[in-house]
Design a protein around this ligand. Structure first.
Ligand code: KG4
Ligand code: ZN
Length: 340
């Protein structure tokens, strides 16, 4: 397969609670991108219910793909689509399988290659969609509902995992604390919103491992929030939320900044849903300006789950490793492999 032939890739993303499809040209230009969120479906349960997510993907994926194809001037015939890329892990098994089955069926029907994409690698590629000329090496702080990783990207496809969470993911901590405070689901945007009215110095919550290494721990912080509110039922919710957010952001920024300095990175990038947090964005920008390195903060739409990043990563993987076999399956525990 010649590289030149692969121009337009249809990306499919169904690993968690977003059903998404996108057509990306040459790995960098978003031609169409459709994201259908299941937030309303899961909100009443305070979190993603895997069974419901899988069923919703089944219902939503065909119309979402149709809309993405239409936005790219194509249709169910796949005219002008050169390959199909799909997230095959990590994520919820029932949800992943819906995307993988659809991708293989489309690829077979259209006679084009299919390529399985690692969801975490896709998040790393999201930065490149808006800033294709980012220099190397980069440090990416990937913070989502399921993951918290600090990764050195030596070049596309070449990673060194610097650290990760030993318990809750950053977004999970936001979601759990928000639920405890009665702020609703998803918790990150809710805490972000109300924190502006609170005093971030009202409570001194713990900053685990602040000065040591690159690993994170958020479960002690969550417990501390719960204990504090139980001891001080009169405490203002917005003050608790703001103090919690301050503690999370302090740790994320301190470690990401140290990682960038230690590795000689040219820039620090954010990825994943928590990268939409306004305090985190502001602090990263300030830290990078002080340290004289670039700060790259993808737009909120590219931080949260989307299929454009899947198409971009798939395009790159196709060029480097070729297509996946049609026996491609889902791998809920797929890890980001260090290939430095
Ligand atoms: O990347 P994402 O869309 O899905 C995966 O988990 O893969 O991330 C969703 C997470 C949720 O935990 C949500 O609460 C968090 O990102 N989030 C935020 C904000 N927006 C979304 N966390 C903090 N501040 C935000 N503004
Ligand atoms: Zn994600």
């Amino acid at each position: 397969m010649g590289d030149q032939q692969i121009r337009r890739v249809l990306g499919i993303e169904t690993s968690c609670d977003e059903t998404a499809a996108s057509v990306v040209e040459d790995g960098t230009t978003i031609v169409s991108s459709v994201v259908s969120s299941q937030i309303d479906l899961h909100a009443r349960y305070g979190g993603v219910v895997p069974e419901l997510a899988g069923r919703a993907h089944l219902e939503l994926l065909t119309p979402v793909v149709a809309e993405a194809l239409q936005g790219a001037g194509s249709d169910a015939s796949g005219d002008g689509i050169d390959a199909v890329a799909v997230t095959y892990g990590p994520g919820l098994i029932g949800s992943l399988l819906v995307g993988v089955a659809e991708a293989k069926a489309l690829a077979m029907a259209w006679g084009v290659p299919v390529v399985g994409v690692n969801h975490l690698e896709a998040h790393l590629f999201a930065s490149l969609l808006e800033q294709p000329d980012l220099g190397w090496p980069l440090v990416v702080l990937l913070v989502s509902g399921g993951h918290t990783l600090l990764v050195e990207v030596i070049a596309p496809g070449r990673y060194r995992i610097l650290g990760g969470t030993i318990d809750d993911a950053a977004g999970e901590a936001f979601d759990k604390v928000a639920r405890f405070l009665g702020l609703g689901y998803p918790g990150g945007p809710a805490i972000d919103r109300v924190s502006g009215e609170g005093d971030p110095a009202a409570f001194a919550f713990p900053r685990s491992f602040l000065a040591e290494g690159y690993d994170f721990s958020f479960s002690g912080l969550k417990t501390s929030v719960v204990n504090t509110v139980r001891r001080h039922p009169e405490a203002s919710t917005v003050d608790v939320a703001a103090s919690f957010q301050e503690a999370v952001v302090d740790v994320l920024v301190a470690k990401a900044r140290r990682a960038a300095l230690d590795t000689g990175a040219t820039a620090l990038c954010l990825a994943g849903g928590v990268a939409a947090n306004s305090l985190l964005r502001r602090r990263v920008e300030e830290a990078c300006a002080e340290d004289g390195i670039g700060a790259f903060l993808p737009s909120r739409a590219l931080c949260t789950d989307n299929a454009a990043m899947v198409a971009a990563a798939g395009w790159w993987r196709l060029r480097h490793d070729g297509p996946s076999p049609l026996t491609l399956g889902a791998n809920p525990n797929l890890a980001l492999v260090a290939t430095a």
